[in-house]
Design a binder for this molecule. Structure first.
Ligand code: SF4
Length: 285
């Protein structure tokens, strides 16, 4: 009887010990997770000199499966001049640790030469705009300047470390001819509208000419809004089709301010040519 009682007590004590052990381990792993897998933004050396800002971003992709695509650098300079500045730039979205080298232009030089920068606060923010997730670091201006000028590693080197291809794949748009080659055996040209020698016979077909099977002319339309969703692979196709509307930068595609929106057919053509279908638009009405 006594032996059974002792065995039961030992089993209960072992069970309690096991539960406490598991709890302690999970607390420890949570703490480790917080300490070591918390998002990290590092300043790197830019290939664009004082016009560029390069950085790397590392985070726990299992906990936050999002794609980061926007950088914001802010200056809070209450005792200097300018008092406040902000530079925002979109970049090619990434769902895994990455480094980017962005050309920010003369505004960055202005930022770096702000009066009182040393005692100002600089905030670097990296966001996933689609998922509304943002991480940021803050530091004193002098520390920012020091990190910026003493950076050694480039974005390319860090991307190699992350096993991300340094140069993103650029799609090559093959040159195409719409003039059909002659038939191989007879050497005769095909009687189609895109062959110049037959073009006259098809002229006016779209406007109700007499060639049967001709497509009706499509009416143009005005676009209310055109925008680019994250995921642009900077293939340049849209800018090639409608350069007045699309501005393809090193990292993404932007809609030019004041872009003409009255040629909806051409915008539609660019959207259809986009290999990753990130050009979106709405029609007026
Ligand atoms: S066509 Fe699409 S992928 Fe290519 S640059 Fe334009 S928006 Fe980007």
């Amino acid at each position: 009887m006594n032996t059974t009682f002792i065995a039961m007590a030992v089993a209960i004590l072992l069970g309690i010990g096991l539960l406490i052990g598991i709890g302690a381990l999970s607390l420890l792993s949570g703490a480790l997770n917080f300490l070591f897998i918390k998002p990290k933004i590092e300043i790197l050396k830019s290939q664009y000199g004082e016009n560029g800002f390069a950085f790397s971003f590392v985070w726990d992709q299992n906990a936050e499966p999002v794609r980061f695509d926007r950088l914001k650098i802010q200056l809070f300079n209450p005792f200097g001049n300018p008092v406040q500045m902000e530079i925002t730039r979109e970049f090619e979205a990434s769902g895994q640790d990455f480094a980017r080298d962005l050309e920010l232009g003369p505004k960055l030089r202005e930022f770096l030469s702000a009066k009182g920068l040393d005692s100002a606060t600089v905030d670097i923010e990296v966001s996933a705009s689609r998922e509304s997730v943002t991480h940021h670091i803050s530091m004193k201006g002098n520390s920012f300047k020091e990190k910026y000028s003493n950076a050694i590693l480039s974005a390319t080197e860090v991307n190699e470390k992350f096993s991300v291809p340094a140069e993103k794949a650029r799609f090559t748009i093959p040159e195409r001819s719409f003039i059909s080659p002659p038939l191989p055996r007879t050497g005769k040209a095909l009687k189609i509208a895109t062959n110049p020698e037959f073009a006259a016979q098809f002229a006016g077909a779209g406007a109700g000419g007499d060639v049967s099977g001709g497509a009706a002319a499509v009416a143009n339309f005005t676009v209310a809004k055109v925008w680019i969703e994250p995921g642009c692979i900077v293939c340049d196709a849209c800018e090639g089709i409608f350069p007045e509307v699309f501005d393809v930068t090193d990292t993404t595609c932007l809609i030019r301010p004041g872009a003409p929106l009255n040629d909806g057919l051409r915008i539609q053509e660019a959207a259809e040519a986009c290999p990753v279908e990130v050009i979106k638009f709405t029609k007026v009405g």
